[in-house]
Design a protein around this ligand. Structure first.
Ligand SMILES: NC(=O)c1ccc[n+]([C@@H]2O[C@H](COP(=O)([O-])OP(=O)(O)OC[C@H]3O[C@@H](n4cnc5c(N)ncnc54)[C@H](OP(=O)(O)O)[C@@H]3O)[C@@H](O)[C@H]2O)c1
Length: 317
């Protein structure tokens, strides 16, 4: 496959988000000169007519879909209708509009929650649609599975060279640190940071601390996105991760060390644990020649640094 023309017009949908902003940074650093994006207040991607106008007027060569209604377990479980409908609308409008102007390259981003709750670990791409989903984020997962199918359908019916990729849990600069709506790593970082400021003697961590999770630094995902656009052209979705995991307890210890919290980390075992392990099999991606570059504790240190510098204007939802 050929490398992407650095003067190609690349539309990064969701360019203000955790993933989209990392993609924007990386593509800029890689010499791309014509990146475009619009915030949700400028362009609500649920509005089909406006999406068609935007795509027609801007005429991008490549579309990267990093826009989605995203949230943690609580938000997913409380607003399933929004997670299903918004995400279906966003991705359908983007893909239909991109198809209408013959966009040749499109990357759709999903997430590892598309895989069955009891998929064998590490999870291979072939586990898709082989079992029941985790009920708390089923609506979100179904929308993302539909996105993978949409990419495959456009490839088959229109010969589009579109691809989809499924990243593991992400973290990094630009993350959501909202007390209720954030994912486990930023949520724990914030709680441990606040405990340190308050001089608290302990931080309570939900569950036994034994479940294991994988975390990819978001700038690594951005690198993978460019790599895939330049090296991957297949309808089967592809996992993006580090291929290694750690326990929630070990994550909390690392966070406490980074934050400088010297109190105790207490497990509240009356709270549920969730899936014991969730690790992606990334052998297809590594066979293509890509691997993650930023590991722990470096990624956590960079994220904490970003958090401290942006603490006065963190996201409010
Ligand atoms: N975070 C993770 O751990 C993770 C893991 C795996 C996969 N992913 C995938 O990566 C993608 C991006 O996630 P993220 O973590 O970057 O989420 P995020 O930080 O919440 O960013 C989502 C972006 O989508 C935009 N957006 C949402 N609704 C919109 C609408 N109606 N119209 C226009 N724009 C809209 C937002 O725009 P504004 O900021 O302008 O409102 C925001 O910039 C998602 O597909 C997600 O599944 C994320």
């Amino acid at each position: 496959m050929e490398s992407l023309d650095r003067s190609a017009r690349i539309y990064i949908a969701g360019h203000n988000g955790l993933v989209g902003s990392a993609i924007w940074r990386h593509f800029t650093a890689e010499g791309f000169t014509d990146l475009i994006g619009a915030s949700s207040s400028e362009l609500d991607l649920r509005d089909r007519g406006r999406v068609f106008s935007y795509i027609r007027d801007t005429n991008p060569d490549v579309v990267i879909d990093a826009a989605a209604r995203v949230g943690g377990i609580h938000a997913n479980d409380t607003f399933p209708a929004d997670f299903l409908t918004d995400n279906l609308q966003i991705q359908t409008n983007l893909m239909d509009a991109a198809n209408a102007i013959d966009v040749d390259r499109l990357l759709f981003l999903g997430s590892s929650c598309i895989y069955p709750k009891y998929a064998p670990q590490p999870i291979k791409e072939s586990s898709l649609l082989t079992g029941v989903l985790e009920p708390t984020n089923e609506a979100y997962a179904i929308a993302k599975i539909a996105g993978i199918m949409q990419v495959q359908a456009y490839r088959k019916q229109y010969g589009r060279r579109w691809i989809s990729a499924m990243p593991t849990n992400l973290y990094g600069p630009g993350d959501n640190f909202h007390p209720q709506n954030s994912h486990v790593l930023p949520a724990l970082m914030r709680r441990i940071h606040e405990a340190k400021l308050q001089g608290a003697s302990e931080v309570v961590i939900w569950g036994s601390g034994t479940p294991r999770r994988e975390f990819l630094y978001v700038d690594d995902l951005a690198r993978a996105c460019l790599f895939l656009l330049e090296h991957y052209d297949d309808g089967q979705t592809i996992n993006v991760g580090v291929g290694d995991d750690l326990s929630i307890h070990d994550l909390a210890v690392l966070l406490a060390e980074t934050v400088g919290f010297e109190g105790e980390l207490v497990q509240d075992t009356s709270q549920p644990d969730g899936t014991p392990r969730k690790l992606l099999d990334v052998s297809r991606l590594t066979a293509l020649g890509w691997q993650a570059a930023v590991g722990f504790p470096d990624g956590i240190a960079r994220t904490y640094d970003w958090y401290l510098h942006n603490i006065d204007h963190l996201r409010t939802k």
